[in-house]
Design a protein around this ligand. Structure first.
Ligand code: AMP
Ligand code: GLY
Length: 427
């Protein structure tokens, strides 16, 4: 089979690395890829006809979509209509609205009795200002559309909520993504991410992972795409997962015949199985969680991707109490992200990347924002640049391996130009 992965980050590079193991794959490509993905082809993940041309030229059988934008733009529907012999892994445009529109997602959850914070839909500035007057504090404000992870803010006083609402509606802070806004009740608890791979009727649970969103140690600094992760995550019990499978994932399957990855962002309120709420749905895998999830999967990933697109009926499942999951290797993975200094705000690109000749045992480096420059050297090409991933028996051991490897990197590279967190895995 010939596979094309869409995207250029650590998530896509981790999927690429996992699929390199697959005996059924004769050619693996990435578009646009990065310096860590061998067969990277030029292109833009948002240009569907351009992607179709690349896929046809390279006789692609299956496209694996990493980021949400092509899914929300309807890449699955596009290929079904114009090139139905090329399969695309992911949900169709309607189902991808679960991530693409917070209001769509809220309405769906309310209709299907899925536990979610109460919300108020605001279609204009006037309605939003009135709703803020009546809303209990703190107030959660969510821009309706895709805002690259920046669309949510939490306000402990009305003045800051009002000023944010004005920025969204009047100054168009998020462009059209802020044409509508959802106000939500503030939830407390522990956040956890649950990933399921779905085939329209059934869902299999992937390994859990914990993500560190803030830029600096001790969860300080601005929110980022994610600065590190480990798997398994320690906040979701099997009882929580069983409840989520039945009460959250099943309604998504029933309503959308959902295919691809369903990422359920949860707030876990207590140890009781049913004491959790959905914070958000995403229609793709998480980054940097995937970098920890992929190495833990036992066996070949390809059969599951084909199962999801309807090409393969039988896959190996492990039955737990209340849910089925993919077979998983024992042990723990941990990933620390090396980012450009200044990320997620202003940062330089083109920074020199020099990787060690030999990695610490059990460690591999996954590229994110990297590329080859004109003279063939690896340079940075984004905010998050490298993922240092370790596999070990325990989290403590995995952490120690990751930071040993980072020591090696700091000897080779100018670390005045980079940042990383030193506390990944501590809690
Ligand atoms: P989202 O993009 O919806 O996942 O929101 C981004 C982050 O905002 C989440 O990871 C939570 O930390 C926080 N958040 C979102 N909704 C709520 C809520 N209703 N209550 C508390 N925190 C929230
Ligand atoms: N790591 C969070 C996300 O991928 O949305």
């Amino acid at each position: 089979m010939r596979i094309l992965i869409l995207g250029s980050g650590g998530r896509e590079a981790a999927i690429y690395r996992k699929l390199e193991e697959s005996p059924e794959i004769s050619q693996l490509f990435a578009l646009p890829g990065n310096a860590g993905m061998k067969n990277s082809l030029p292109g833009n993940v948002e240009q569907l006809p351009e992607i179709a041309n690349v896929a046809l030229e390279n006789k692609i059988d299956l496209i694996v979509v990493g980021p949400e934008v092509p899914l929300c733009n309807g890449i699955v529907d596009y290929f079904e209509k114009h090139h139905s012999n090329i399969k695309v892994f992911g949900p169709n445009r309607e189902a991808a609205q679960l991530e693409g529109s917070k209001i769509f997602s809220q309405k769906f959850m309310q209709e299907y009795d899925i536990p979610v914070a109460t919300g108020t839909e605001c279609n204009d500035l006037e309605t939003a200002l009135q709703a803020i007057e009546k809303h209990a504090l703190p107030i959660v404000i969510k821009a309706d559309g895709l805002a690259a992870g920046k669309g949510v803010s939490i306000h402990h006083d009305r003045e800051s909520a009002i000023s944010r609402i004005q920025e969204i509606f009047t100054d168009k802070l998020f462009g059209d993504a802020g044409n509508r806004v959802l106000l939500q009740k503030f939830l407390t608890g522990t956040e956890a991410s649950l990933f399921a791979i779905c085939n329209g009727e059934d869902a299999l649970i992937l390994p859990t992972a914990r993500d560190y969103k803030r830029a600096f140690d001790n969860n300080q600094g601005p929110n980022t795409g994610g600065m590190g992760s480990y798997s398994p995550g320690n906040h979701l019990s099997d009882a929580h997962i069983g409840f989520a499978r039945k009460k959250i994932i099943q309604p998504v399957l029933d309503r959308f015949k959902y295919r691809g990855i369903l990422y359920v962002g949860l707030m876990v309120h207590s140890e009781k199985a049913n004491d959790l709420s959905v914070i958000e749905f995403n229609c793709r895998l998480g980054d940097p969680e995937t970098q920890c999830v992929m190495p833990r999967l036992e066996g070949d990933l390809l059969p599951y991707l084909l199962w999801s697109t309807g090409e393969n009926k039988l896959v190996t499942k492990v039955r737990e109490d209340g849910f089925d999951r993919l077979p998983v290797k024992p042990g723990v993975t941990l990933n620390t992200v090396i980012a450009a200094r200044g990320y997620p705000e202003k940062y330089a690109k083109g920074l020199a990347i020099r990787l060690p000749d030999k990695n610490t045992e059990g460690v591999h480096i996954i590229h994110a924002g990297t590329k080859f420059n004109e003279t063939g050297e690896i340079v940075s090409n984004g905010g998050r640049i490298l993922n240092v991933v370790a596999q070990a028996k325990t989290r403590t051991e995995a952490k120690s391996k990751v930071y040993q490897e980072i020591e090696k990197l700091t000897a080779n590279m100018n670390f005045n130009e980079f940042i990383y967190r030193t506390d990944i895995g501590d809690e």
